[in-house]
Design a binder for this molecule. Structure first.
Ligand code: SF4
Ligand code: SF4
Length: 151
């Protein structure tokens, strides 16, 4: 039997299957800033204060949408608008017709594999808890992750 992510479209997946696609990289939990003139959104190396940088998991996933204004729920509908998602993001990859990379936890059956290949925020993020909002522009990064085909 094929894996669900190989035989179903994103639209056909159950909510559990959809949730399990997340590789746990934490890259979508980086604080973003918007260029006021162009509207372009930039990622920074600064992470949401609710991100546990060591595990790249949200400390309060259940209440995240209530407590954190910048947090959003990834859906089929908003996926095409989220240009700032990393190329490695499983949702972005599948919606672009790509396969999951070899290191994805669903493939390896090991949730740590995303960290072991160096994809995750664990290796560079610093919590916004320690950064003044006026300094955010100093932490902008162009590419938050290599295209996972390069790994
Ligand atoms: S970038 Fe994508 S795969 Fe990584 S944590 Fe966010 S939703 Fe999950
Ligand atoms: S609240 Fe949690 S899921 Fe939302 S951006 Fe922050 S760490 Fe990520």
């Amino acid at each position: 039997m094929n894996n669900f992510w190989e035989e179903k479209t994103l639209e056909e997946m159950s909510s559990d299957e959809w949730e399990s696609l997340c590789d746990g990289c934490g890259l979508c939990c980086l604080v973003k800033i918007e260029d006021e003139d162009s509207g372009e959104i930039f990622n920074t190396t600064v992470s949401c204060r609710q991100l546990d940088i060591e595990t790249c998991r949200c400390c309060d996933y259940k209440n995240r949408l209530i407590d954190v204004p910048m947090c959003l729920q990834l859906t089929i509908e908003n996926l095409p608008e989220l240009s700032w998602l990393p190329e490695s993001c499983a949702y972005k990859r599948l919606s672009n017709g790509q396969v999951l990379p070899d290191w994805h936890p669903l493939v390896t059956k090991d949730h740590k594999s995303v960290h072991e290949v160096g994809i995750s925020a664990k290796w560079f993020a610093q919590s916004e808890e320690y950064i003044h909002p006026d300094q955010l522009a100093d932490f902008v990064i162009e590419d938050i992750a290599l295209d996972s085909d390069e790994k």
